[in-house]
Design a protein around this ligand. Structure first.
Ligand code: G
Ligand code: MN
Length: 278
């Protein structure tokens, strides 16, 4: 199947029978070989989800790019189905390289695009990852201004000193940093003195039914206050209802992301009617 047909396939939200489960049960063996096969064949792409500005009439602040792997029949497999299994392996590093490379290519092609890309702290210092970024900077010196790197709380906490140095280094190129899935508790507050993230992304578990759930209300307000103290923007993840969005906006959140505004899609507005892979 051509890439064109593959791209036309919808990026389906999670079901009970995940595309990965179907693909791996059929014939292709374990998730690792499925992912490594896709990387070898260059059958990886980004799905894009808008992150909305909560303060200025809901325009798009930036997009988050999620890596997607195609199985041999062209089904799109979302990262969360395989990433936990590969994050600590060499394949996890290769996935991060592919995501960065696809993201930089999209930024180079679309000068008005601002994009965040997910990475594991384990990819810091990985030669190919660094090379990918350095090469892009050489060709497009200002590209870092439109790039956000997302590192999850748990991942950042696994090597906090290394993450802090890395952020210091890359900040000089204009890159911004977001602390992903924040609130789970892996991170201890004292690290915020050295980290200097530009934004925190409040984990979806605190967003769910926040308009009626007093615990989530208290937590969200506390996290927004905490972020303000450290001069960080706040982004709510996984916003699914208008009621959640309205509560969060009133609570002073800066940005909103979730199915309410759009699921990740491999056909974002700037690619509609375009069948290229970029
Ligand atoms: O770890 P990270 O926050 O980068 O990944 C977020 C995951 O949540 C992605 O797989 C994305 O597809 C998914 N997601 C995005 N928006 C929503 C939403 O509104 N609800 C739910 N349940 N998941 C979402
Ligand atoms: Mn993310």
């Amino acid at each position: 199947m051509g890439l064109r047909r593959k791209l036309e396939r919808l990026d389906v939200p999670h079901g009970a029978e995940t595309p990965l489960a179907v693909a791996t049960s059929r014939r292709d063996g374990d998730p690792l070989s499925l992912v490594s096969r896709a990387l070898r064949h260059n059958e990886v792409l980004l799905a894009y989800q808008p992150v909305m500005n909560a303060k200025t009439a809901h325009g798009v602040a930036f997009y988050e790019g999620f890596i997607r792997v195609l199985d041999p029949t062209g089904r799109i497999i979302p990262a969360r189905d395989f990433m936990p299994k590969v994050e600590d392996t060499e394949l996890g590093r290769e996935i991060d390289c592919a995501a960065l490379s696809l993201g930089l290519r999209a930024l180079a092609r679309h000068p008005n695009l601002r994009l965040s890309i997910n990475m594991s702290a384990r990819s810091i210092g990985y030669k190919k990852w660094n090379r990918t970024l350095t090469r892009a900077f050489k060709r497009y010196p200002a590209i870092g201004e439109r790039l956000v790197l997302e590192i999850s709380e748990a991942s950042a906490m696994s090597v906090p000193e290394i993450v802090a140095d890395f952020m210091d280094d890359l900040r000089r190129n204009g890159i911004a940093f977001a602390l992903d899935d924040f609130g789970g508790g892996a991170i201890s507050p004292r690290y915020f003195r050295q980290f200097q993230f530009d934004a925190i992304k409040i984990d979806g578990q605190f967003v769910r039914k926040v308009e009626t759930d007093p615990d989530n209300q208290a937590l969200v307000r506390a996290l927004i206050g905490f972020a303000r103290e450290f001069d960080m923007l706040t982004i709510a993840e996984s916003v699914e209802s208008e009621k959640e969005a309205i509560f969060l906006a009133h609570a002073g959140i800066d940005c909103l992301q979730g199915y309410l505004f759009g699921a990740p899609t491999v056909q974002p507005p700037w690619k509609q009617g375009d069948n290229s892979a970029g």
